[in-house]
Design a protein around this ligand. Structure first.
Ligand SMILES: *[C@@H]1O[C@H](CO)[C@@H](O)[C@H](O)[C@H]1NC(C)=O
Ligand SMILES: *[C@@H]1O[C@H](CO)[C@@H](O)[C@H](O)[C@H]1NC(C)=O
Ligand SMILES: *[C@@H]1O[C@H](CO)[C@@H](O)[C@H](O)[C@H]1NC(C)=O
Ligand SMILES: *[C@@H]1O[C@H](CO)[C@@H](O)[C@H](O)[C@H]1NC(C)=O
Ligand SMILES: *[C@@H]1O[C@H](CO)[C@@H](O)[C@H](O)[C@H]1NC(C)=O
Ligand SMILES: *[C@@H]1O[C@H](CO)[C@@H](O)[C@H](O)[C@H]1NC(C)=O
Ligand SMILES: *[C@@H]1O[C@H](CO)[C@@H](O)[C@H](O)[C@H]1NC(C)=O
Ligand SMILES: *[C@@H]1O[C@H](CO)[C@@H](O)[C@H](O)[C@H]1NC(C)=O
Length: 459
């Protein structure tokens, strides 16, 4: 008996593809808490999904479903910054933002067919899927276990939540809303689909039949409620399961439509290779349902329409203008040839300064090149000083500039100048190096090295 139970426990943990640090909600009210088995809530009341404090940073995520069963409002408050997901848009402190959105405290960006908010204050991200009329799937991920008290529908770690208790404690009072007891009536699509997922759900199959039927009850006509459930089960089962390739036929769930030239894949890169970034850094976890370019092409993100092109026909950009492969761009000191999205430049005849304007770098010896961004670079290095620059993760612009001086007696003079449209910081060191940093609208860096340093600079 004991050994049999042990066997079942092993199958259970192998089959469960989700980690205890993810909490999901999908369909018309299925909740898969951090720990414990999934349950169903039918309600149009606002609920706390999860709420906790970690390192004195408060996190509070609330949600509300509409009559369609979809989530119509989600509020994410982290460190008092309020982000609202509503009507297909993202509002940060009541202002609608466009993606990618890079803020000191959080990034919001497209992630495959999903949208993801990553907090920089907490080891937390929230990912959701917009459909017409609301959100059909949303999950909260924690990168590490938080030893803290957590409340909300997601429950807590190491505590198997009692469903009734979680619901009662998480509902936020609202007089005009209703929480109903779940109803399930036999649905042949649910049963047929789940019979194909037996190899992965095993002993959990009866629970999933119940969830499927509670989820679809009264929403049989919805294009999204049933399909969100099926899709979650398929993701849980993974690409080695039988149901992975057969489910769309049985359920008649149509794949999402992609804009422009993009094509839908069930499992592909979360960040689509583009002209500006032909090989985005991806980990294994960054494989998700996504809209991608046909094989061999990259997204031309330097044009307004959504077109995929051969990497070799990517346009180049210079001061906001597009150039085609073969085009030549001339400045007074050099000429540059556009080749597959990159500039190849001749020797520059006007030296003296090193300019870093966005991704464009003009070196001391006049060479011009474009750096792919997203990393930290050593911009310039002398015997006893280093200037490193860090690019923003999402945009082709500088985020931080660090000047390190390795000598105790060294001193520098820092002045800030404000002009109407921009702000400069001018740093002058004791050994004759000048560093001019334009702070806004975007960071640009001009380095004038001391004369005596000629021949001693790298970077
Ligand atoms: C949602 O958007 C529609 C039009 O796009 C607008 O009429 C409606 O007022 C919006 N609803 C909310 C709650 O913002
Ligand atoms: C959960 O339990 C495991 C082992 O039982 C323990 O190591 C871990 O610290 C616990 N986590 C929390 C957040 O209490
Ligand atoms: C859930 O909590 C129980 C304790 O109540 C613990 O034994 C179990 O390991 C936890 N499960 C997961 C997946 O964290
Ligand atoms: C059963 O579920 C399917 C798929 O979600 C749905 O299309 C159908 O209308 C449901 N049938 C009933 C009787 O509710
Ligand atoms: C299945 O998914 C894993 C990652 O989750 C991936 O490495 C593997 O290539 C996939 N296999 C197929 C056949 O798509
Ligand atoms: C892309 O390259 C392939 C060969 O590498 C070529 O056959 C095709 O015509 C090219 N397409 C475009 C739009 O340039
Ligand atoms: C840096 O090193 C050079 C050569 O070693 C020395 O002459 C100079 O005084 C140093 N400058 C500073 C600011 O430390
Ligand atoms: C700077 O702004 C002030 C008032 O805001 C305006 O009078 C002045 O003309 C502006 N200067 C420039 C150079 O734009």
């Amino acid at each position: 008996m004991t050994s049999q139970r042990w066997m079942l426990a092993v199958c259970f943990s192998l089959a469960s593809g989700t980690t205890p640090d993810t909490c999901r909600t999908f369909g018309s009210g299925i909740v898969q808490p951090f720990n414990g088995s999934s349950y169903y809530v039918r309600s149009n009341c606002p609920f706390t999904l999860t709420r906790f404090t970690h390192n004195r940073v408060e996190c509070d995520i609330t949600m509300r479903r509409g009559d369609s069963g979809l989530l119509v409002q989600v509020e994410i408050i982290i460190n008092k910054i309020r982000t609202v997901l509503q009507n297909g848009s993202v509002l940060v402190e009541k202002t609608s933002v466009s993606l990618p959105y890079d803020h000191t405290y959080q990034h919001v960006f497209q992630y495959g067919i999903y949208t993801k908010l990553r907090s920089l204050l907490l080891p937390l991200s929230v990912t959701w899927h917009n459909v017409p009329g609301g959100i059909d799937t949303l999950w909260v991920e924690l990168d590490q276990e938080l030893s803290t008290d957590m409340t909300g529908l997601c429950g807590q770690y190491n505590v198997s939540g009692n469903k009734q208790q979680l619901i009662a404690q998480s509902v936020l009072t609202d007089d005009t809303c209703q929480t109903r007891d779940p109803v399930s009536t036999i649905n042949s699509t649910c049963r047929q689909f789940l019979s194909m997922a037996l190899d992965c759900l095993q002993t959990r199959t009866p629970l999933y039949i119940q969830l499927c039927e509670e989820n679809i009850y009264n929403y049989g006509n919805s294009k999204y409620i049933g399909c969100a459930f099926f899709k979650e089960v398929v993701q849980l089962c993974g690409n080695t399961s039988y149901v992975w390739s057969t489910w769309r036929t049985v359920t008649r769930c149509v794949p999402p439509t992609c804009p422009g030239d993009l094509v839908y894949v069930e499992q592909g890169p979360a960040f689509v290779p583009s002209c500006s970034n032909p090989s985005p850094r991806l980990t294994n976890q960054d494989l998700t349902s996504s809209c991608v370019c046909p094989r061999g092409t990259v997204l031309n993100d330097r044009a307004d329409a959504v077109h995929c092109v051969n990497a070799s026909s990517c346009p180049c950009v210079f001061s906001g203008r597009n150039y085609r492969t073969g085009d030549v761009h001339k400045t007074k000191c050099q000429s540059c040839l556009c080749d597959g999205g990159r500039w190849h430049c001749s020797e520059n005849t006007c030296p003296t300064r090193c300019l870093i304007e966005g991704q464009f770098v003009t070196t001391f010896d006049g060479k011009q090149y474009v750096i792919p961004g997203k990393c930290t670079y050593v911009a310039s290095q002398g015997l006893n000083w280093t200037i490193s620059i860090q690019f923003s993760e999402r945009e082709a612009s500088l985020k931080t500039v660090v000047l390190q001086l390795f000598q105790v007696q060294s001193f520098y003079d820092k002045r800030t100048y404000q002009t109407n449209s921009s702000m400069y910081v001018l740093v002058q060191t004791s050994f004759g190096m000048k560093l001019q940093v334009q702070m806004s609208p975007e960071i640009q860096l001009y380095i004038t090295p001391p004369k005596s340093y000629i021949g001693m600079i790298s970077g």
